[in-house]
Ligand binder design. Structure first.
Ligand code: C2E
Ligand code: MG
Ligand code: MG
Length: 277
C-alpha cells in the first residue's frame, strides 16, 4: 500500500495517515467480502417529470453498510473497486438487479418506468459492457429502451475509439446513454457530436447555486444546446421549489434531487409508488 501513496510521499507513522491507511485497508478487504456475501444493495432515486408530476424512472445507486465502519459512500468504495477490478462483476450485479427491479415496477402498474445504471470508465475499458448489458436484458426480459447507462466525462476522456464504438453498439441495441454530471469536470463538448448520447444530465453544482447569474446563464445555454442537438436534458441535485421553478422556465422539465425524493431502498420505493399513485 505504501506504493499507492505516490512516489514523493514517505510512509511516516503519523497517526492521521495511519488511520487513513487502516480505514482504506479495512474497506478494501471488506468490499470483496461484501460483494461475495451480499451486504451491498441498491437504492433508487426517482427522475421526476415536472410537467406531468410523475416519475419517469429511477437511478440505481449502490449502498454498502460495513459491519464495523457503518455506511460507506460509493464515492469512497467505487474508486477502490475500480482499482481492484471488482467494479466489473459489481456492475454486472447492479445491471441484473436493476433490470429485474425495473421489470417488476412495470408489471405492477400500467407504467413504463426506466432504470439508470452508473457505468465506470473502467467497465467500458474492460470491454465487457455490451455482453453484460445484453445478458441482463435477456435474463429479465427488460425492453432495451427502458435501460439507461450513465457515463461521465472521464469515460469520454479515455481511449476515444473503443469507448465510442461500444456505446454505439449499445445504442443500436436500443439502450439509452446519458452523459452524467455534465459540466462537473473538463466538460467534453467534443464528445457530443460523435457519441450517441440520448440525454445530458446537468451536474448539481450548477443547480445548487442558481441565484448566481452566471450559473443561470450556463443552465440556460445547456438547455439550448440540448435542444439543438436533439438531446433530452435532466437536472440533478434539485433541492427546493425555487430551483424547480427556474428549471421549468429554462425549459428543463426532468429533474432529480432531494426535493422530490432521496435515494431509497426498493422496499421503500414500492411504498412511495403507492403513495403517489
Ligand atoms: P452520481 O451518479 O452523480 O449520483 C448522484 C449522487 O448525488 C448520489 O450520491 C445521490 O445520492 C446524490 N444526490 C441526489 N440528489 C441530490 C440532491 O438533491 N442534493 C445532493 N447534495 N445530492 C444529491 P451517492 O449515492 O452517494 O453516489 C455518489 C456517486 O457514486 C454517484 O454519483 C456515482 O458516480 C457513484 N455510484 C453510485 N452507485 C454506482 C454504481 O452502481 N456504479 C458506479 N460505477 N458508480 C456508482
Ligand atoms: Mg406495464
Ligand atoms: Mg448518475
Amino acid at each position: 500500500y505504501a506504493k499507492d501513496l505516490g512516489k514523493n510521499q514517505y510512509c511516516s507513522y503519523d497517526d492521521e495517515l495511519n488511520k487513513k491507511l487502516m480505514r482504506k485497508m479495512e474497506i478494501e478487504k471488506g468490499l470483496c467480502a461484501a460483494y461475495l456475501y451480499q451486504q451491498i444493495e441498491l437504492h433508487y432515486q426517482p427522475k421526476w417529470n415536472a410537467l406531468t408530476n410523475r416519475p419517469v424512472g429511477f437511478e440505481a445507486l449502490l449502498r454498502w453498510t460495513h459491519q464495523g465502519l457503518g455506511a460507506i459512500s460509493p464515492l469512497e468504495f467505487i474508486p477502490m473497486a475500480e482499482k481492484t477490478g471488482l467494479i466489473v462483476p459489481l456492475t454486472k450485479w447492479v445491471l441484473e438487479r436493476a433490470c429485474e427491479d425495473c421489470v417488476d415496477w412495470n408489471r405492477k402498474a400500467d407504467t413504463n418506468y426506466s432504470v439508470s445504471v452508473n457505468i465506470s470508465y473502467k467497465v467500458i475499458e474492460s470491454r465487457n459492457l455490451y455482453a453484460m448489458v445484453n445478458q441482463a436484458l435477456d435474463k429479465y426480459g427488460l425492453a432495451p429502451h427502458l435501460l439507461e447507462l450513465e457515463v461521465n466525462e472521464l469515460a469520454m476522456m479515455q481511449d476515444g475509439r473503443g469507448t465510442v464504438e461500444q456505446l454505439k453498439q449499445l445504442q443500436q441495441l436500443g439502450v439509452k446513454i446519458t452523459m452524467d454530471n455534465f459540466g462537473a469536470g473538463y466538460t467534453f463538448f467534443g464528445s457530443l457530436d460523435h457519441v450517441p448520447f440520448h440525454t445530458l444530465k446537468i451536474d448539481r453544482k450548477y443547480i445548487g447555486n442558481l441565484q448566481s447569474p452566471s450559473k443561470q446563464a450556463i443552465v440556460n445555454s445547456l438547455v439550448t444546446l440540448s435542444q439543438q442537438l436533439n438531446l433530452q436534458i435532466i437536472a440533478g441535485g434539485v433541492e427546493n421549489e425555487r430551483q424547480l421553478q427556474f428549471l421549468q422556465q429554462a425549459g428543463c422539465h426532468i429533474m432529480q434531487g432531494y426535493y422530490f425524493q432521496h435515494p431509497i431502498s426498493r422496499k421503500e420505493l414500492y411504498v412511495w409508488l403507492d403513495q403517489i399513485a
